[in-house]
Design a protein around this ligand. Structure first.
Ligand SMILES: Cc1ncc(COP(=O)(O)O)c(C=O)c1O
Length: 486
C-alpha cells in the first residue's frame, strides 16, 4: 500500500485505492465533519500544508476544499484561513455531559471548598515560576516520592502547623487522599495483610475500593468521642483508617483518652493507623488539635490533601510514612504512574514556603467560620433539626432529624426542589440502619444563600415528617434552640 498521512487532522490517502485522490480527501473530511470529529470552527490546514503532508498536488487539495465550501461544510476567509462551518452538523454525543451541580439551586454537597476562595493569582504565580525555573533534572522523570523542594516545604509545614513528626525523605507526594489510600492498600495486600477497619459511618467509597483490592473491611462504630477503640480491639483488624481531627461525616473529634488507647493498640499489635487529616486546618473553636501521628509516628501513616485547603482540582496529596514503609510506597507509586507532576509539586512547595498557604488559610478560616455561623443561625431559626454535630471544624455539619422524619424522602424531595443534600444512609456501610440525619456541606454554598436554602430545606422536612403538627409548632417557635455539639 502506498499511503500518506496527515497528523494535524488524522487523514490517510491510499494511492492504490480505487477512488480518486480528491474523492478520498473530500470523503474523509466530510465524514470527519459529519460525525463531529472536526467540530464547527476548527481551523483546517492550508492547502499548501495539507498537500505537502499527504504528498498530493496542491491543485487536488484546492479542488477538494472548493467542493466542500460549495456544499457549505467549510468557509474560507482571507486572513483567518479555512474553518469548519458553524452549520456543519455535530451529533448530540459530542456535547459534554452537564455537570450535575449546575442543576441545583442550592448545593449542600460536603467536602467542597468555595471556588471563589481559590487563590488564583498566587497559585498562578507559583505555577509560572515552577514552569520558568524548573531545572533540567526536574523536567525529567521524577523521584517517585515527589519533588524534593515540595517534600521539604511540606515536612516543615506539617511539623509546624500539625505537629507531625516528618522528615522530607518520608514524605510521598500523591494524587490526593484517594491515591494515597490506593498505594497504601496495595502495599498492605502485597505484604499479606487482609483485615482493615474503617469508620462507621464513614467514607463509603473507601470501603468499596479496599474490597476491590482484596481487603476485608471491618466497619467500627463512631460515637461522640470518635471511633470506639474497644470495638477496634475486638475486630482483629491489622490496620485502621480514620479521621481523628474531624470524623467524616459525624465531625466527632477523637477524644484524648481514645488517642492514647489507639496509639497503644497500634504499638502492641504492630498495627497501622492511617490518619486522614483532610480538613483539620479549618478549626473554629478551642485550640487546634495536633495530628494523631505525633503520638505514634512509628505506626501512623499520615495523609494530607490539597482538596479542602485549596481545590480538589489540583489532585495533590501527601503521605508521611514511617521509614520502613516509605520505600514500598515509593516503589508502588512508580509502578502505578511513575510519579506525579513535578511542576505542580514545585508550585505547591513554593506556595507553602512563601507563606502563601498560611495567608490563604487565615482568610478562608474567617470566611468559612462566617458561613458556618450563618448556617447554625439558620438551623436554629428554622428549627427542624434536633442536633447539629461536628460544627467546630471543617466544611460540613451533620444534623439529626426528628425520629419520625423519613430521611430518604427528604433527600429525594429536596433534590426535586433544587437542593442537593445527602442523608446519613449515604455514609453507612452495608445498608445498616441509623437515625434520620443529613450531612450539610457549607464550603461551596454562598453565604447569602444559606438562610434561603435552609428555609427551603425546612419546608421539605416538614412535608416528610409523620408528626406535621408538632413540626409546624416547633418551626413557629424561633426560641427553640438546637443543641449544637462541637
Ligand atoms: C473523608 C475524606 N477524606 C479525604 C478526602 C479527600 O480526597 P482527595 O484528597 O482524593 O480529594 C475526602 C473528599 O471528599 C473525604 O471526604
Amino acid at each position: 500500500v502506498r499511503a500518506a498521512w496527515s497528523t494535524d487532522i488524522l487523514l490517510a490517502i491510499d494511492r492504490e485505492a480505487p477512488h480518486t485522490l480528491r474523492g478520498q480527501l473530500e470523503g474523509q473530511l466530510r465524514e470527519a465533519m459529519a460525525t463531529g470529529r472536526l467540530a464547527a470552527g476548527t481551523v483546517l490546514p492550508s492547502t499548501r500544508e495539507l498537500a505537502a503532508c499527504l504528498e498530493l498536488s496542491r491543485g487536488v487539495v484546492v479542488e477538494a476544499y472548493e467542493q466542500l465550501a460549495a456544499e457549505g461544510w467549510i468557509v474560507s476567509k482571507r486572513g483567518s484561513g479555512t474553518r469548519v462551518a458553524k452549520r456543519a452538523r455535530v451529533p448530540a454525543t459530542a456535547e459534554p455531559p452537564q455537570s450535575p451541580a449546575a442543576t441545583y439551586r442550592f448545593d449542600f454537597k460536603p467536602g467542597l471548598p468555595h471556588a471563589e476562595s481559590f487563590p488564583r493569582r498566587a497559585w498562578a504565580g507559583c505555577l509560572r515560576d515552577a514552569a520558568l525555573h524548573a531545572t533540567a533534572a526536574q523536567l525529567g522523570y521524577p523521584d517517585p516520592r515527589g519533588d524534593e523542594g515540595a517534600r521539604v516545604a511540606l515536612a516543615r509545614y506539617l511539623a509546624r502547623a500539625r505537629a507531625v513528626v516528618a522528615h522530607p525523605s518520608c514524605v510521598v507526594m500523591c494524587s490526593g487522599f484517594t491515591q494515597a489510600i490506593d498505594l497504601i492498600a496495595r502495599v498492605w495486600v502485597e505484604r499479606g495483610m487482609s483485615r482493615v477497619a474503617i469508620e462507621q459511618p464513614g467514607f463509603v467509597g473507601l470501603a468499596t475500593h479496599l474490597n476491590r483490592l482484596g481487603l476485608q473491611v471491618l466497619p467500627v462504630p463512631v460515637d461522640r468521642e470518635g471511633l470506639d477503640p474497644r470495638q477496634l480491639e475486638r475486630s482483629g483488624a491489622q490496620a485502621v483508617i480514620l479521621a481523628p481531627a474531624h470524623q467524616f461525616p459525624t465531625g466527632a473529634v477523637l477524644s484524648a483518652a481514645r488517642r492514647v488507647r489507639l496509639a497503644a493498640w497500634a504499638r502492641e499489635r504492630g498495627a497501622w493507623i492511617v490518619e486522614d487529616d483532610y480538613d483539620a486546618e479549618f478549626r473554629y473553636e478551642a485550640e487546634p488539635l495536633p495530628a494523631l501521628q505525633g503520638s505514634a509516628p512509628g505506626h501512623t501513616i499520615y495523609v494530607g490533601t490539597a482538596s479542602k485547603l485549596l481545590s480538589p482540582a489540583l489532585r495533590l496529596g501527601w503521605v508521611v510514612a514511617p521509614e520502613p514503609l516509605v520505600g514500598a510506597l515509593a516503589l508502588m507509586k512508580r509502578r502505578v504512574d511513575r510519579g506525579g507532576s513535578s511542576i505542580d509539586q514545585i508550585a505547591l512547595g513554593r506556595f507553602v514556603e512563601d507563606g502563601l498557604l498560611d495567608r490563604h488559610l487565615k482568610r478562608c478560616r474567617g470566611a468559612y467560620r462566617r458561613r458556618r455561623d450563618t448556617l447554625l443561625a439558620a438551623l436554629s431559626r428554622w428549627g427542624f433539626v434536633d442536633e447539629v454535630m461536628g460544627a467546630a471544624a471543617g466544611l460540613h455539619v451533620m444534623v439529626r432529624l426528628r425520629r419520625d422524619v423519613d430521611e430518604e424522602r427528604v433527600v429525594a424531595e429536596a433534590r426535586r426542589a433544587g437542593l442537593r443534600v445527602f442523608g446519613g444512609a449515604a455514609y453507612r456501610q452495608g445498608g445498616v440502619a441509623g437515625a434520620p440525619a443529613l450531612v450539610l456541606g457549607y464550603g461551596a454554598i454562598a453565604e447569602n444563600d444559606i438562610d434561603a436554602a435552609v428555609a427551603a430545606l425546612a419546608a421539605v422536612v416538614r412535608r416528610c415528617g409523620a408528626d406535621d403538627a408538632r413540626a409546624a409548632a416547633r418551626e413557629a417557635d424561633s426560641s427553640d434552640d438546637v443543641a449544637v455539639c462541637r
